[in-house]
Design a binder for this molecule. Structure first.
Ligand code: SF4
Length: 355
């Protein structure tokens, strides 16, 4: 097991383990509460801690969150996208999707990604490293801090940013349990969604965790041949293996699985592919999200009519389906786009500053 080195990734008893020589146990619970319940951005805010302890925390951990804001962009529809530089190196993206009744944050789990899906800007930038649980959790705390300034509360967390969450399994699970913690944000597991490009063995492992998190599976094609052409992971775990693992997840958790399907013109958007997808998913406890592709290189988005026709075929097959509303297209809200620009040196520090 890896040792978590960021304060935001530690449970109260672990904080206590670090400080036990000098402070009573209740101080560790207070620190955890400041971080995860109040989303405090600085040790200075932790008013009921002795000054000496706050100084010690600063010496040990530097700052509560290991993130530094590089760029913030706000789209016309209210979507906010953040590019963070990490204390331990690398940059990641986090997105806030505000709605009237829901405040959803989309978080990253790795710096880059090794999965190399052909339509994804993050995949094209390569893989650097896994995030720690503290780096994952801190993205949520940053957004919660930002929302509470407006008297709002974060309601949902989706692990759909940069990286393959199930390839960083241990840190992702730790972060889920931190978000779930009754003395912290206390976010119900049913408000948390983990996405995957299809790591079948990890889906089975997740099914055993006694967690009620939602699972979103990136399908994007209805045949092995087409899926392998855009998602190399399909060569390791075929559609059959993937769907069997998803069935196992449903059987264990009774949770409905979301299948994500990015529609790419002239590639996977024909009525025959919709028929095939309907055959694959018919009778399964699931929902299909159709996503008009956000062009990264050569991909072209199908027309709204073609997307609607695809959805109708699925409906006729009895598969629940919705067409995802586009968010933040004017700020490159799709996974990895802003970071890719930044790496190419086109767009850094527009609204720079330390968090
Ligand atoms: S789509 Fe997801 S899994 Fe695929 S390369 Fe991009 S970040 Fe990785």
């Amino acid at each position: 097991m890896r040792i978590e080195r960021h304060l935001a990734g530690l449970f109260p008893e672990e904080i206590n383990g670090i400080l036990a020589d000098s402070v009573p146990a209740f101080r560790a619970r207070q620190i955890f509460g400041w971080l995860h319940h109040h989303a405090a951005a600085s040790f200075h805010e932790m008013a009921n801690l002795p000054k000496e302890l706050r100084r010690r925390l600063e010496d040990l951990f530097g700052q509560p969150w290991p993130l530094n804001l590089v760029t913030k962009r706000v789209a016309g529809d209210g979507t906010e996208k953040y590019l963070f530089a990490l204390d331990s190196g690398g940059t990641i993206e986090t997105v806030l999707l505000p709605e009237e009744k829901r405040q959803t944050v989309c978080i990253s789990t790795q710096v880059g990604c090794a999965m190399n899906c052909s339509f994804c800007a993050t995949g094209k930038s390569g893989f650097q490293r896994d995030l720690t649980a503290g780096e994952i959790t801190a993205q949520v705390l940053f957004v919660q801090n930002r929302l509470q300034g407006e008297g709002k509360q974060l309601t949902n967390v989706v692990y759909m940013g940069m990286g393959e969450p199930l390839a960083n399994y241990e840190a992702v699970l730790r972060s889920v349990r931190l978000l779930n913690h009754p003395q912290g944000l206390n976010l119900g597991a049913r408000r948390i969604t983990i996405s995957t490009c299809g790591l079948a063995p990890r889906i089975r492992q997740l099914a055993e965790e006694d967690l009620q998190v939602n699972l979103a599976v990136s399908l994007h094609a209805a045949t092995d041949q087409a899926r392998s052409a855009i998602m190399p992971i399909n060569k390791a775990y075929s559609l059959n293996e993937l769907l069997a693992a998803c069935d196992y997840y449903t059987a264990k958790t009774n949770r409905r699985i979301s299948y994500e399907y990015a529609l790419i013109s002239e590639f996977n958007d024909a009525p025959e592919q919709a028929e095939r997808l309907g055959e694959l998913l018919r009778g399964r406890l699931c929902h299909v999200n159709l996503i008009p592709v956000n062009p990264v290189d050569q991909e072209v988005r199908p027309s709204p009519q073609r997307i609607a026709a695809f959805a109708r075929v699925l409906e006729r097959a009895g598969v629940p389906v919705s067409i995802r509303k586009e968010r933040g297209t004017d700020i490159e809200a799709a996974c990895g786009q802003l970071r890719r620009r930044s790496l190419e040196g086109q767009d850094v520090a527009e609204h720079g500053g330390q968090v």
